[in-house]
Design a protein around this ligand. Structure first.
Ligand code: LLP
Length: 408
């Protein structure tokens, strides 16, 4: 991924920074697009994974919609030209203010998680003389076989309607004059690498849909959420996730009614592999049995290893010396500020550049200003080549006028 010319440019760039390969991103989008293009699928990219403008521009250019979980994400999507009808608004705790904003921008669908939320959306929509399309998020109790912190589809998780509230919703649905139930929504977890999990989800969705149909409910769409994992171990060998297997599994197992759309909300699988955190080695330190490489990025720039014990491949991109074993640690006064323990790196010295791979999803967006750290900068392959960013888009960036109250 990193040729000599690029590394030379990295050496002139202040660290730490995120580097995004837009070709990689586009190849990934095109692969997914080629599989769903002729079918009745709608892809809503989950903004929570990465909200950087060039990335969103690229995703929008290819016709995907946006899965948003806050008012600011909705504004960011609209500002960058996403069709409001292709925006879904999800989240277990939408505020009244955010609901107003979503209604005022005529977004496509609210993914609703509780009876009280539906009541409130109904009240606010009535006041505004609008009708809100909603998809009911069901917790299907399907094991995602991923890290328990990013499992969402079990009955013990906070997400989705409980059976009790569902019965109540169904019996009181005619009271909700400003609500149209148009879909069912599921999302059972993230970084799912066992494709059988999606098969189990589809089979469960079939049962749930049959149950609803028997009560007279027919849905325009079934939303299976996101969750497809990426290969953190081998980003160069498998830069694009196995979308073929996912789509094939859905086609073979999900009973899609005539005219019904299937919606997907991929985040990580679209942007994960195109992003890398580039950091510089500050010090090499012998700590008894260990050798530490202290780098200038910390969990303030990439929190996944500290928060989920997540693995990211780490490479020294400026050394070709014999490999040695290091703990790669950040500068923060926290023992969890470590990117990896017992990592084999080419012999590493002060000033070397380290790439932390597969950091495009849930990397930069989860950065913080703990210790008053500077907001991490991001660069794109187009910043380092003759080809400008507008060549990637085929259009000029749009005039951006709307003010967003966010920490971007
Ligand atoms: N739809 C819903 C309702 C979600 O909650 C999520 C992610 C997605 C779609 C996108 O899922 P993806 O395709 O990216 O797996 N910060 C964690 C991941 C949290 C995922 C939250 N929900 C991490 O760094 O692994």
């Amino acid at each position: 991924m990193f040729n000599n010319e690029l590394i030379k440019k990295f050496k002139d760039t202040p660290t730490p920074f995120y580097f995004y390969d837009l070709d990689q991103l586009e190849q990934t989008i095109l692969r997914l697009k080629s599989l769903v293009f002729h079918n009745n699928y709608q892809i809503h990219y989950a903004l929570k994974a990465n909200v950087n403008e060039p990335i969103l521009q690229m995703i929008r250019k290819h016709g995907f919609g946006a899965d948003c979980v806050s008012g600011n994400e909705i504004l960011q999507a609209i500002r960058l030209g996403f069709d409001p009808q292709k925006i879904v608004f999800a989240g277990v705790g939408k505020s009244d203010e955010e609901i107003c904003l979503a209604l005022d921008h005529n977004i496509g669908v609210f993914n609703c998680e509780s009876l009280q939320e539906v009541r409130i959306i109904n009240e606010i929509a009535l006041e505004r003389d609008k009708v809100a399309n909603i998809a009911i998020r069901i917790n299907p109790n399907v094991e995602a076989k991923t890290h328990h912190y990013i499992t969402t589809g079990m009955q013990t998780n906070k997400f989705g309607f409980s059976q009790e509230e569902l019965d109540e919703l169904i019996s009181s649905i005619f009271d909700f004059k400003a609500i149209e139930i148009t879909g069912l929504h599921f999302h059972i977890g993230s970084q799912i690498t066992d494709i059988d999990v999606f098969r189990n989800l589809c089979l469960r969705v079939n049962e749930i849909q049959d149950w609803f149909n028997s009560k007279g409910f027919i849905f325009d769409h079934i939303n299976l959420g996101g969750g497809l994992g990426i290969d953190y171990q081998n980003p160069d060998k498998n830069p694009i996730p196995d979308f073929e297997k996912l789509i094939q599994t859905i086609e073979q197992n999900l009973k899609v009614r005539s005219g019904q759309e299937v919606h997907l909300e991929p985040g990580r699988s679209i942007v994960g592999q195109c992003g890398n955190l580039i950091t510089k080695v500050l010090y090499i330190k012998n700590g008894g049995p260990k050798k530490f490489a202290v780098v200038d990025a910390g969990f303030t720039e990439l929190i996944r290893p500290a928060l989920y014990q997540a693995y990211h491949k780490i490479q020294n991109i400026t050394s070709d010396q014999e490999p040695m074993i290091y703990d790669i640690v950040g500068p923060l006064c926290e023992s969890t500020d470590s990117f990896g323990s017992g990592v084999e790196l080419c012999e590493t010295n002060r000033g070397d550049l380290i790439a932390i791979r597969s950091a495009g999803a849930y990397g930069e967006v989860m950065s913080s200003y703990y210790n008053l750290r500077k907001k991490v900068k991001s660069y794109y392959s187009s910043d380092f080549t003759e080809q400008g960013f507008s060549d990637y888009l085929g259009t000029q960036l749009e005039d951006v006028s709307m003010e967003i109250n966010m920490h971007l």
